[in-house]
Structures are given as structure tokens and as C-alpha cells.
Design a protein around this ligand. Structure first.
Ligand SMILES: [Zn+2]
Length: 189
């Protein structure tokens, strides 16, 4: 069974893989701590906490366990941990997004995710950034979203503006250093 089918089945219906059936229900205080680092908009839900070396949100689930924020969000939504080659795949191209659902984060296999990133890299270029450049881009978007949220202005517009500026600038420096396949090595995904 492909992971798309698994995703459609949803939590609790996946019989073939024992470990995926272990329920995952974080404590309320952990959920609240996570929610406190998210700015929800009508498009993406922006992670404004720590950023990983690869440009993803990084959530300290416990004092000694840091996990990709987007991955954790998907695990909460599924009610179970991801395992094996399962990944949380972004349909919205935004590494900081932690919104699970149509057009944002979904369950995918590693192979599907790599194929999607390649396709997106060709289309918009942002996934062709190397990890450090993508982390720079994410930190700039995080700053813009935080500032807009605190000022009561539109975080979506702020994120779009920051993203456009960062992508233009970083794409140039990234192209100069030939990122090659390095973008596929993603910590915390
Ligand atoms: Zn999104």
C-alpha cells in the first residue's frame, strides 16, 4: 500500500504496520507550548520558534528531544508517530508552515518528497537553496511574521514580502556555490 493510501486511511486504520498504530497524544501543556510558537493565517500557519539548520521549524518536544515542527504537527494530526520512510511533505513550499491539510502538510514517502522537491526546485527555485540559505530565508520570514503579528498588521503579506526578498537574494548566492543535491539532506524532517 502506498503512503498516499495510508494518508487517506487516517489514524487508527493502518493495520499493516504495527508501530504506526501506537497512539500519539501529547500532553496539553506540550500542545499549548507548540501552539504558542505558531501564527495562524488563512494560508500557512507560520512557525515562529526555533529554526533548524535546514530552515524548518524546530520544536523541543522534551528537554532533550528536538523534532521538526511540521513533522510533529502531522504526528499530532494523525494521532501517531511517523516512522520508516514516512515524511511530512509541504505542498505550500514553506518550510516554516505547520498547517496540516490540503495544500500544506501531508504524509508522503521519502521518495515522493524528493520528487516533489525536485519539481518545485525547477518551478520556483526556493528548494534549490542549500540548507544554510534556506535557514536564512526562514529566519527572515520568521522575523517578518513575528513583527506583523505583534504590530497587528497582516502576517501573510509580511511573509510574502520577506520570502520574495530572501529568495531573490539567496538564489543568487546559492547558484554561485552550486547547491547540487545538498538540499536533499534535511535534518529534522
Ligand atoms: Zn502552508
Amino acid at each position: 500500500m502506498g503512503s498516499e493510501q495510508l494518508a487517506l486511511l487516517g489514524p487508527g486504520r493502518v493495520q499493516a504496520r504495527d508501530r504506526s498504530c501506537v497512539p500519539f497524544r501529547p500532553r496539553k501543556d506540550v500542545l499549548a507550548r507548540f501552539a504558542g510558537k505558531v501564527v495562524r493565517t488563512e494560508t500557512c500557519w507560520w512557525w515562529v520558534g526555533a529554526v533548524s539548520q535546514g530552515g524548518y521549524g524546530a520544536f523541543a518536544e522534551t528537554h532533550d528531544a528536538v523534532i521538526g515542527a511540521h513533522r510533529w504537527a502531522l504526528e499530532v494530526a494523525l494521532g501517531r508517530r511517523l516512522w520508516g520512510d514516512e515524511v511530512a511533505s509541504h505542498g505550500c513550499d514553506e518550510p516554516l508552515c505547520v498547517r496540516v491539510g490540503e495544500g500544506h502538510i501531508r504524509l508522503a514517502s521519502q521518495a515522493e518528497n524528493i520528487e516533489e522537491m525536485r519539481a518545485r526546485g525547477r518551478r520556483v527555485g526556493r528548494w534549490a537553496l542549500d540548507g544554510r540559505s534556506r535557514a536564512d530565508r526562514s529566519r527572515e520570514i520568521r522575523a517578518a511574521v513575528r513583527a506583523a503579528d505583534q504590530a497587528g498588521t497582516d502576517p501573510v503579506a509580511a511573509a510574502a514580502q520577506a520570502a520574495a526578498a530572501a529568495t531573490r537574494r539567496l538564489r543568487r548566492s546559492s547558484a554561485a556555490s552550486d547547491p547540487g543535491e545538498r538540499h536533499l539532506r534535511l535534518p529534522l524532517t
